[in-house]
Design a protein around this ligand. Structure first.
Ligand code: AMP
Ligand code: FE
Ligand code: FE
Ligand code: ZN
Length: 291
């Protein structure tokens, strides 16, 4: 178990736990430095900060995970220590939310055409007030009995190459890193394994470095020791801080790890905090862990 977890999702995107439940679970698991990183939304942060204030030895970092697209692939970028009150940033996120709704509706239409109908109301209900995404459609497919699990829903219909897939608004990694740096954030590449298959990860890392990327997830979810070694080597070669998180969603599945259940060492986390301090961004976190 690690004292830190820098990547988790709540009900404000596609996680199953509320920010309060998530912070409480992370704390119970021994996590003392935590980031809430919902997909393209920051609306869960007020509740997370409120809950974090119950603990006198718990650091909460305001975060977000943003989806970007490169030809043939999807690249997720984490932003930590963002100024999440910035009006222009909030406006941009609101437009992204709206485009997610339109795109989810199109995917529901595709499923109807495929003879696997789900009700839009059910998708909406699984999404609640948060950012609607493919996992909510997957849950509706499970509920309707068309598939037996969320994973099967992705494998048969919702993956990038699946018959019901529809693209979101396309943002390049450069645009997103620019947005995150614009609100004082520190940008980290999420789950690099998904990018290995395309075969040009090294050149992508070069490209992201040029755009202002600082960190790279290395200690992630179910990554095995030899994968961690591979990614740690890559991070080192490109000068990225080797960070990580559980990416806990609470939806189950064999790859799921609980908050803190990752081998993330504290040294890179301290490096991240130090960088935030240098940039004057540390004050946006609630810093209260024993050092
Ligand atoms: P969206 O942002 O709507 O495109 O949905 C992307 C989210 O779907 C990811 O962040 C994951 O949470 C989830 N996801 C992607 N692929 C899978 C998969 N094969 N099985 C389960 N969840 C997945
Ligand atoms: Fe997700
Ligand atoms: Fe992701
Ligand atoms: Zn995530």
């Amino acid at each position: 178990m690690s004292l830190a977890d820098l990547h988790c999702h709540s009900t404000f995107s596609d996680g199953r736990l509320t920010p309060t439940e998530l912070v409480d679970l992370a704390y119970r698991n021994g996590v003392r430095i935590f980031a809430l990183t919902d997909h393209d939304i920051v609306d869960g942060l007020p509740e997370a900060f409120e809950t974090a204030a119950r603990y006198d030895d718990f650091t909460l970092i305001p975060g977000i995970e943003m989806s970007t697209d490169v030809p043939g692939n999807e690249v997720h970028i984490l932003g930590h220590f963002i100024d999440w009150h910035d009006d222009a940033f909030l406006g941009r996120l609101r437009r992204l939310q709206e485009s997610r709704v339109g795109r989810a509706r199109l995917m529901v239409e595709r499923l109807v055409e495929l003879g696997k109908p789900v009700a839009w109301e059910r998708v909406q209900s699984f999404a609640g007030d948060g950012a609607v995404g493919r996992p909510h459609i997957a849950l509706a497919l499970v509920e309707a009995g068309h598939v037996s699990s969320v994973n099967e829903a992705f494998n048969l219909y919702l993956s990038r190459t699946g018959p019901a897939y529809v693209q979101r608004d396309r943002l390049t990694p450069e645009e997103v890193i620019g947005l995150l740096l614009g609100v004082g954030g520190i940008a980290t590449l999420a789950h690099p394994r998904e990018l290995l298959a395309a075969g040009n990860l090294e050149s992508l890392l070069e490209q992201l470095k040029g755009a202002g990327l600082t960190g790279m997830e290395v200690y992630y979810q179910d990554y095995l020791p030899d994968e961690i070694e591979t990614f740690r080597g890559m991070a080192e070669r490109h000068g990225f801080i080797p960070l990580g998180g559980s990416d806990y969603h609470g939806l189950g599945g064999p790859q799921q790890r609980e908050p803190g259940n990752i081998p993330l060492p504290m040294e890179p986390v301290e490096q991240l905090l130090e960088l935030a301090r240098e940039r004057g961004a540390l004050e946006r976190a609630r810093v209260a862990h024993a050092r």
